[in-house]
Design a binder for this molecule. Structure first.
Ligand code: ATP
Length: 250
C-alpha cells in the first residue's frame, strides 16, 4: 500500500520529483509561494496528468484509474474549493458521499461530523459560514469514505490557533490509524511538530526530503524561503521561530 512517485514532471511547473511514502506517515509538503506544492498534490490525486513520470499507489498508477477508483482510494482537500450553491452543510456532506458506494453512509456522516466537531454547523448554509468554518466543513468532506490516503492542500489556512492545532491532531490521528496523509503547508512550526517527514520544493524541484530537523536546515530555509529560523524546544514539542535574513546574510 505504499506510494511511489518517480521522476514526476508537469509542464514548466514541476520537474523530476521522486519520493516514496508509507501508510501511517504524515508527510508535509513545503515550499514558498509558487514552489509547486498544489501542482504536486493535483498530480498525486489524478486531477492533473503528468507530462513525465508516474504516481503509483499500491502498484496502481493513479492517472490510469477510473474516477471512482481514485475517489475510493483517496480523499482530497483542494486549496480553494469551488464556491458552493446555497445548500446546508448536511446536504453538502451528503453530496460528497453520492459516488462513494458506502455501505453505511449515515454512520460515515456521523463519524466525520464528530471528528471535526461540526455538529452545530450542519443546518447552516455552506455559503453563510465564516472562512474557517467552511475550511473545517471541507476537511470533513475530504475525510468522507475513510480512504487509505488523505491529500490536503493547506488544511489549516483560515483557521484560528485552536482549530489549527485540532486539525493537525486529527491528521496525526488519521496517520495513526494507518492512513497515508500528505499535506501541503506553510507553517514550519506545525510541520516540524506534527510531520514524520518533509518534502521541500523550490522552483518546482525537490530541494530536500527527510526528517524535519534535516530538511529545515539553515541552508535549505535560506534557499527556499529567504529566511532563517530558531528552533524552540518545549515540553509540548519543538517549533520554529522564523525571521527574515538580513542583507548581509542573504
Ligand atoms: N493553472 C495554472 N496555469 C499556469 N500556471 C500555473 C497554474 N497554476 C499554478 N501555476 C504556476 O505553477 C507554479 C506552481 O504553482 P503552485 O500553485 O503549485 O504553487 P504552490 O507551491 O502551491 O504555491 P502557494 O503556496 O502560493 O499556494 C507557479 O509558478 C504558478 O504560477
Amino acid at each position: 500500500m505504499s506510494l511511489k512517485v518517480t521522476h514526476l514532471a508537469y509542464q514548466e511547473r514541476l520537474q523530476k520529483v521522486s519520493f516514496a511514502a508509507q501508510p501511517g506517515e504524515l508527510v508535509g509538503i513545503l515550499g514558498a509561494n509558487g514552489a509547486g506544492k498544489s501542482t504536486l498534490l493535483q498530480l498525486l490525486c489524478g486531477l492533473l496528468k503528468p507530462t513525465a513520470g508516474a504516481v503509483t499507489f499500491a502498484g496502481s498508477e493513479i492517472s490510469q484509474m477510473s474516477a471512482l477508483a481514485q475517489r475510493q482510494l483517496l480523499g482530497y482537500l483542494p486549496q480553494a474549493p469551488h464556491a458552493e450553491a446555497a445548500i446546508s452543510v448536511e446536504h453538502f456532506l451528503r453530496a460528497g458521499m453520492v459516488n462513494l458506494q458506502l455501505r453505511s453512509p449515515e454512520s460515515e456522516l456521523q463519524r466525520v461530523v464528530q471528528t471535526l466537531r461540526i455538529e452545530t454547523l450542519l443546518a447552516r448554509g455552506v455559503h453563510q459560514l465564516s472562512g474557517g468554518e467552511q475550511r473545517r466543513v471541507h476537511i470533513a468532506r475530504a475525510l468522507l469514505g475513510d480512504q487509505p490516503w488523505l491529500i490536503c492542500d493547506e488544511p489549516t489556512a483560515s483557521l484560528d490557533l485552536y482549530y489549527q492545532l485540532q486539525v493537525m491532531e486529527i491528521l496525526r490521528e488519521q496517520a495513526g490509524q494507518g492512513k497515508l496523509v500528505t499535506v501541503a503547508m506553510h507553517d514550519l512550526g506545525l510541520a516540524a511538530r506534527y510531520c514524520d517527514r518533509l518534502l521541500l520544493l523550490d522552483g518546482g524541484e525537490l530541494l530536500a526530503q527527510g526528517a524535519p530537523a534535516a530538511v529545515l536546515s539553515d541552508a535549505n530555509l535560506a534557499q527556499a524561503y529567504k529566511i532563517k529560523a530558531r528552533w524552540l524546544c518545549t515540553e509540548d514539542g519543538v517549533t520554529l521561530l522564523p525571521s527574515l535574513l538580513t542583507d548581509a546574510e542573504s
